[in-house]
Ligand binder design. Structure first.
Ligand SMILES: [Zn+2]
Length: 154
């Protein structure tokens, strides 16, 4: 499964979705502008990639058709163009992006929706010492045993 995240998703997601996660460079730059200190952590988990001009033109055409062009930021354009290009599912809180995604036939999941927050809440338990980690590490940083993923109840 491929996912494209917009800035709202990067701000608010508790955990990365399972699969390949992409975002355009502009999204990380927006986080930087907001002084988000998770940049280096996030950039390890996300593949940064910018969409082609062909995909961007397709987005611009669609945005004119739906009337979303005035509300769409340059980064929003890149986000949705990337989702088209990679045939990925878009995760976004932004109503204009969701509207445009529907128009362009891009699958999306709104952030606030129960399904996804529950699905994304994975935790990792060390099989040695039993410590719980919020991200999937190759081994437990404390005792070196392997981790097992499970769904957190909260
Ligand atoms: Zn351990």
């Amino acid at each position: 499964m491929r996912w494209v995240l917009d800035t709202s998703a990067l701000f608010l997601l508790q955990e990365m979705p399972q699969g390949e996660v992409y975002a355009p460079n502009g999204v990380l730059m927006e986080l930087e502008d907001h002084g988000d200190n998770r940049i280096s952590f996030l950039s390890e988990m996300i593949t940064l990639r910018d969409p082609s001009s062909i995909s961007l033109e397709r987005v611009d055409r669609g945005a004119r058709e739906t009337g979303d062009d005035a509300r769409l930021s340059p980064v929003d354009r890149e986000v949705i163009a990337l989702a088209i290009e990679l045939e990925a599912i878009l995760i976004t809180d932004d109503y204009s992006l969701q509207n445009l995604a529907t128009h362009l036939g891009v699958g999306f999941i709104p952030l606030g929706k129960k399904g996804i927050t529950r699905k994304l809440r994975w935790k990792y338990k060390c099989e040695g010492c039993g410590r719980i980690w919020s991200k999937n590490l190759s081994e437990c940083p404390v005792c070196g045993s392997s981790l097992r993923s499970f769904r957190s109840k909260k």
